[in-house]
Design a protein around this ligand. Structure first.
Ligand code: FAD
Length: 265
């Protein structure tokens, strides 16, 4: 199988702080990591490749330092990597991002052959929109399966186990398709010394706007229909009150009293 995994380099959100004056993220000094859901997507892709053979390519759109994220992916299961980077892509919203990535997929396919399946994480832990995967599917006209946790090849189709609100379901999907992956029951694999050496020596080609055939008016800030009007930090929630009386009846009575107590100015 020819597999592509889209990975995003994101700030480690456990380290994020908000500037109290501007309400924007303080990015300086914040370490970058591979988006957590993308590490699960890569592991699902690596397991599919282990079972069915083929090759796994990773693709990231971002500034030059996103190459580090791609090298990490090369050390844990990916065979090849491409970085998609151009100043013209800066300021892209999710629609522009997914359009640029879909054009890059077409350009890579001309060099390396058609992808059978394109994996994305369920969402990025910084943007959190979960829009890019489904939008890539729409741009390419491919079927999509979201919230996936396991993928197996079954004859000419893929059997995809996905999470639902009630539990799980297994869907059969024809290739080529887009699959977004949520947290799996298994952990992503660790890098070995051999795979680290492979990753550090690998050549990672950079694709710019001129390398992919795209309508530049649909990229970057000007090509993005989403406009951010205001950013703000929601007020901190006050601590809740725990009502626990000797009996359930007394607890319910106390709760009703609290709910219907006249508001104090
Ligand atoms: C008006 C506007 C302006 C913006 N300007 C900028 C900007 O200047 N610079 C900036 O960095 N961001 C900018 N963003 C944020 C940027 O658009 C999003 O981070 C990006 O589109 C991905 O969306 P998301 O993080 O919600 O990803 P999701 O949709 O939650 O991601 C789902 C999956 O899609 C894939 N994916 C997402 N992004 C990428 C990527 N870049 N490369 C490869 N795979 C990916 C991953 O597999 C990921 O798990 C802007 C957003 C808006 C709305």
């Amino acid at each position: 199988m020819n597999i592509l995994v889209c990975v995003k380099q994101v700030p480690d959100t456990t380290e994020i702080k908000i500037d109290p004056v501007t309400n924007t993220l303080i990015r300086a000094g914040v370490p970058s990591i591979v988006n957590t859901f993308d590490t699960y997507a890569l592991e699902v892709a690596a397991r599919l490749k282990d079972a069915s053979g083929g090759e796994t390519t990773v693709l990231s759109m971002g500034p030059p330092q996103a190459e580090k994220a791609l090298r990490e992916c090369l050390s844990v299961g990916a065979d090849k990597a491409y970085l998609l980077s151009d100043r013209a892509f800066g300021g892209s919203d999710t629609l522009a991002t997914s359009y640029i990535i879909s054009r890059a997929i077409k350009a890579i396919e001309e060099m390396d052959g058609k992808f059978d399946v394109i994996f994305c994480g369920k969402q990025a832990i910084d943007g959190d929109t979960a829009q890019v995967g489904p939008e890539i599917a729409e741009h390419l006209g491919y079927p999509q399966v979201t919230y996936s946790i396991e993928v197996l090849k079954k004859d000419s189709e893929l059997a995809v186990k996905r999470e639902t609100e009630e539990g799980f379901e297994v869907l059969a999907v024809k290739t080529p398709c887009v699959i977004t992956v949520t947290k799996t029951s298994f952990d992503p694999r660790y890098a070995s010394i051999k795979s680290r050496v492979f990753a550090s020596r690998a050549n990672i080609p950079t694709l710019s706007a001129s390398d992919i055939s795209l309508d530049i008016s649909r990229a970057g800030l000007n090509g993005s229909p989403t406009k951010v009007k205001k950013t703000f930090t929601p007020p901190a929630k006050q601590n809740g009150v725990i009502i626990r009386e000797v009996t359930k009846e007394a607890t319910a009575k106390k709760l009703l009293e609290a709910l219907f107590a006249p508001a104090t100015a």
